[in-house]
Design a protein around this ligand. Structure first.
Ligand SMILES: [Fe+2]
Ligand SMILES: [Fe+2]
Length: 211
């Protein structure tokens, strides 16, 4: 396999970041689950759902960054294919959230570069700490994402079947990603790290709803 110089890797990481952050660049490899569903929303409902979907979109930007950071530093000899598959599914999630935001006449969070940088750094550090921590970090992230998704599902207006279909498929995938990481040897992260992750994700959810 070709060896990349640190400069090559830097360019590659920058390219991956741009692809995750520039709207319209990431495309889904699976059909959007919203496709066969409808959603008739009032202006106020649309605004609320757009806020929720903007948070979910930011979460997916973080997932991209986490997997990119991890791929750069973690060894993962036995589960690299599974992790690449999970990263591919995260691209679907990102594209679906972006599509839904567009349908709601809204835009992704302006703070996404900040969330991307933080998650990339955390993913890379976890990878350096060792594969069991790196996988533990994936498992904990996916668990927290699933928690948010369930909370958002309960806040959606009843008639918004389009957002519901997307969030339900995402939740199924995230739980699968979590199980894969745990089965591959992911360990529980130290409590302070879990708390730091919760603080960052709470800050993200509170701000991305509005900006
Ligand atoms: Fe995801
Ligand atoms: Fe995931």
């Amino acid at each position: 396999m070709r060896q990349f110089s640190p400069f090559d890797q830097m360019i590659n990481s920058f390219d991956q970041a741009l692809r995750s952050l520039v709207p319209g660049v990431t495309t889904a490899s699976r059909e959007n689950p919203a496709e066969t569903h409808s959603a008739e929303l009032s202006i106020n409902e649309s605004r609320h759902v757009a806020g929720l979907m903007r948070v979910n979109h930011s979460g997916e930007v973080c997932a991209q960054a986490l997997y990119h950071g991890q791929a750069l530093t973690a060894k993962l000899p036995s589960v690299r294919t599974e992790m690449e598959h999970a990263a591919q599914e995260e691209e679907d999630h990102l594209a679906w959230c972006e599509d839904r935001l567009k349908e709601l006449n809204s835009i992704p969070s302006l703070l996404n570069p900040v969330w991307y940088s933080l998650s990339f750094a955390m993913g890379a550090v976890a990878g350096i700490a060792g594969d069991k921590y790196s996988l533990g970090f994936v498992a904990e992230t996916e668990r927290q994402v699933s928690e948010h998704l369930l909370a958002h599902l309960s806040q959606l207006p009843e008639q918004d079947q389009r957002s519901k279909a997307i969030l339900e498929q995402m939740n199924t995938d995230e739980l699968h990603h979590r199980d894969t990481a745990l089965q591959a040897g992911g360990v529980d992260l130290p409590k302070p790290v879990q708390i730091l992750m919760t603080v960052i994700s709470k800050t993200m959810t509170k701000t991305s709803y509005y900006i």
